[in-house]
Design a binder for this molecule. Structure first.
Ligand code: ADP
Length: 236
């Protein structure tokens, strides 16, 4: 269980990014966080990860929860092979285990390649495996598939859903792609423009696994945007 209650987050220049932003997440729940650019989504993840402690409020979670993080860029070490990049966070990622992990995301025979020899989509798959290789209880994802072409992003969303089914982390997934949020999440938190707070919480109960192209996902998206045309701008 994660419980976030941020009364205020201001930067040293006085800019207030978050105010009265509160929510909880159950163990194993997949929460998507959707909000306009500059709303404070990355700031929120930094606070939850413990990287930023300069805020008023509280973040409570399972003591010493194992934390995984995946960013927009894959952030692999270019001088290390795929295997070595994974071993940096999990030294036991070798032999059969490594082969199985690579196979699960369609990267057979890539263990000895360097990041520069991989496509952007393949690098992202390594970053996804790295995030999961610590068996995270809490996984923070900051627009991880944003800069990928549509087919690659769709494949990665499939891999993410399989990995989540197998290991059941609590996930906070930041995106500004509403279809992606509705395809992946158990619940979507919509944020206001900054200073950000939660504008709307939407449980998504459509059957899984889902793709963002599923008619039911697209119908829900259409219904939401018809009811709240300014939702993605942070207003109801
Ligand atoms: P998002 O991830 O939703 O796009 P961010 O969390 O990156 O938004 O930023 C939220 C707001 O805080 C933005 O207006 C941004 O310019 C501002 N901001 C981010 N980091 C700093 C900083 N170190 N100092 C001052 N303002 C910042």
């Amino acid at each position: 269980m994660l419980s976030v209650n941020i009364q205020a987050k201001a930067f040293t220049n006085g800019h207030c990014a978050l105010r009265d932003l509160a929510f909880t997440a159950r163990a194993g729940e997949f929460l998507a966080i959707v909000g306009p650019s500059g709303a404070g989504k990355s700031t929120l993840l930094k606070i939850i990860s413990g990287l930023d402690t300069d805020f008023q409020g509280t973040v409570q979670q399972h003591a010493q929860a194992r934390l995984g993080f995946m960013f927009q860029e894959p952030r692999l070490m270019p001088w290390l092979t795929v295997a070595q990049n994974l071993q940096l966070v999990d030294a036991s990622m070798a032999g059969e285990r490594l082969a199985e992990a690579l196979h699960s995301v369609g990267l057979n025979d890539c263990a000895m390649l360097f990041p520069g020899q991989l496509s952007g989509g393949m690098q992202r798959r390594v970053a996804l495996l790295r995030a999961f290789s610590v068996a995270p209880q809490l996984l923070l994802m900051d627009e991880p598939f944003q800069s990928l072409d549509a087919p690659n992003a769709e494949q990665l969303r499939g891999h993410l859903q399989s990995l989540c089914r197998a290991t059941q982390p609590t996930v906070l997934f930041v995106t500004h792609n509403l279809s992606e949020a509705l395809a992946l999440a158990d619940r979507v938190l919509f944020l206001t423009a900054g200073p950000s707070r939660v504008l709307l919480e939407l449980p998504v109960t459509l059957p899984r696994p889902r793709s963002q192209h599923d008619p039911a996902v697209q119908a829900l998206r259409h219904e939401l945007l018809t009811k709240h045309p300014d939702l993605l701008k942070g207003a109801l």
